[in-house]
Design a protein around this ligand. Structure first.
Ligand code: NAD
Length: 323
């Protein structure tokens, strides 16, 4: 059984688009005696979360300062360089204080090499501490709703899996142990590679069908009934107004930013190269997301904006209605 008392003191570092709603779930759901210490380089967001939970959440002055006060730490920062700095900075990093016996969970989507380097550093210097990669999927909306999925970098038999699962279940729904260290990240990158490629393929397939005279809603029904059925088309259709709740239907405003897809896609292509996996679509996908993330018509928008980037018609309804 997981003891709730395991989480009497918890640290959370990185209160951005994902981290802030995640820590709010923890503050709302952990047992009343639990205290949370938070740190972000942007002080305003730390102050905001602390003032929302004055009796529960306290401000840390650095990653090290947070580590000094807690037993468990979750980190949620943008890239490998930030994870390195949060853990390994000699003055202010988590590992610059004694972290023996502590549980450390990095939820950032970063390269597997950096994650393994941090894990190795901790294993050598603090053998009783435990570090896990645990990237998430489900986006900002999922983080707010508490429905994100966690991909744990450990085996199902890992001694900490119950504690990790309990903690993750306060912030999300599905928790999948992926087999061992860095495999949560490998799973996440593999997933985003596939999802990114499907979005491009769906945009191109829709575009060729529409240019041939088809209504995209008919095309979506055909894919759903046939062998091309996929979640991107069903729920995140890159063509606006096919699925009303898709980010495209709201001007691509809510969703997974195209720059983040560019980052994850690049990490996936690097991983593929490192492990000797041949991928003929990698270069084309990377070029597409790189171009879209630099294009002012697409930057900061949901990654399915590749449909716009590739020249897809967003005004198809007006033309169908004869306008
Ligand atoms: P974000 O940029 O909104 O937030 C990151 C936060 O980390 C910022 O508040 C930043 O100030 C803070 N930070 C950076 N360096 C720091 C440091 N050294 N010490 C303390 N704080 C530091 O990013 P996000 O959207 O929350 O994404 C975080 C991670 O989650 C990324 O790796 C991203 O790829 C991944 N992710 C994002 C989404 C999404 O939809 N946004 C979905 C799944 C996974």
């Amino acid at each position: 059984m997981t003891e709730l008392s395991d989480f009497k003191t918890l640290g959370f570092i990185g209160l951005g688009a994902m981290g802030k709603p995640m820590v709010i779930h923890l503050a709302n759901k952990l047992p009343p005696e639990s205290r949370i210490f938070v740190f972000d380089v942007v002080e305003a967001v730390v102050d905001e979360v602390c003032s929302q939970f004055p009796d529960r959440v306290s401000k840390g002055s650095s990653a090290k300062n947070v580590a000094e006060q807690v037993e468990t730490i979750i980190t949620m920062v943008p890239e490998g360089a930030h994870v390195r700095s949060v853990y390994l900075d000699p003055q202010n990093g988590v590992c610059s204080t004694d972290i023996s016996n502590k549980l450390l969970i990095d939820c950032s989507t970063i390269d597997t090499a950096t994650s393994l380097a941090v894990k190795d550093h901790i294993a050598v210097n603090f053998p009783s501490a435990s570090f896990y990669d645990s990237p998430v999927s489900g986006g900002v909306v999922g983080a707010i709703k508490g429905t994100i999925a966690f991909f744990l970098g450990c085996a199902e038999s890992d001694p900490n899996v119950k504690r990790l699962t309990y903690l993750a279940s306060l912030m999300g729904k599905q928790i999948i142990p992926c087999g061992g260290p860095s495999l949560g990240l490998a799973a996440k990158l593999s997933n985003n590679y596939l999802s990114g490629i499907i979005a491009i393929a769906c945009s191109e397939a829709m575009d060729m069908g529409m240019r041939s005279g088809l209504d995209p809603r008919t095309l979506a029904k055909v894919y759903a009934a046939g062998t091309a059925q996929n979640t991107i088309c069903d729920k995140f259709c890159p063509v606006p107004h096919v699925f009303p709740e898709a980010p495209s239907s709201g001007g691509y405003k809510q969703g997974f930013k195209v720059q983040l897809m560019r980052k994850d896609f690049g990490l996936a292509v690097d991983m593929a190269e490192r492990v000797g996996s041949k991928n003929v679509l990698g270069d084309a996908g990377l070029q597409t997301y790189d171009g879209a993330s630099k294009d002012p018509r697409c930057r900061d928008l949901d990654s399915r904006v590749v449909y716009r980037y590739l020249g897809g018609d967003e005004d198809w309804q007006a033309k169908l209605n004869g306008a």
